[in-house]
Design a protein around this ligand. Sequence first.
Ligand code: ATP
Length: 248
Amino acid sequence: MTAILEASGLNKTFGAVTAAKDINIAVARDEIVGIIGANGAGKTTFVNMVTGWLTPTSGAIRFDGRDITGLAPRRITRLGICRSFQVAQVFMTATVFDNLMIALGIADSHGLAVLKPLRLAEREARADAILRRYRIHEYRDQVASTLPQGIRKLLDIAMAMVAEPKILLLDEPTSGISVEEKFGLMDIVMSALKEDGVTVLFVEHDMEIVERYVGRVLAFYQGEIICDAPPAQALIDPKVIEFVIGDE
Ligand code: ATP
């Protein structure tokens, strides 16, 4: 397996608290990985270390064969790792289309990923293509603050994708989304990301989503990975049942 992302011997301590303990993983290109764990298990700490928001106390992170340990978030984004947050980070007073245009403008001005500076017409065409891919084109001219939660979430993920990352980290993509909407939303997100050939790691508390959409589960407990297996195996693992599912 050629790993796109590797963590070796990763530790993070905050004073007396060990938030990450000897994490060793290798993620292959195109994998869809679900990160599960009770509150305080270390999921966000792990995501923050991969994206450069936190520097590990020890250990190393490699992306595409290159050591990225301790690089600033902006440099890591530029190399091709992007993230989206639990609460959608969109510009509430701008339209859906303008949000995409702003995201493209920011990506351009930061020289992100593979994007070359685009002319206005090219940028507009790209924004429209992305809106179609994420099935939010019918909301194109609607102001973000008036969007249903699920559509705002799709917009947020679409905005993270303008920089054409190789890895996308998502924090609970379906949080705050109704039960009726959640599978529809994930179907759109996952098929779009698959088309784009992105490796996805996402933190998720909803085991129905984990079961249906991920190929591999990383279960965290007290900063350690206690299970690394496909969902069919992970979700019946006694340790996962006791320390993750039982604690939800
Ligand atoms: P949640 O599901 O609640 O987001 P989590 O699995 O993401 O939880 P982390 O936020 O990574 O867990 O926290 C892991 C441990 O590290 C917890 O005990 C937390 O209190 C501690 N921790 C995280 N960030 C800090 C910090 N900046 N300073 C001190 N302790 C921290």
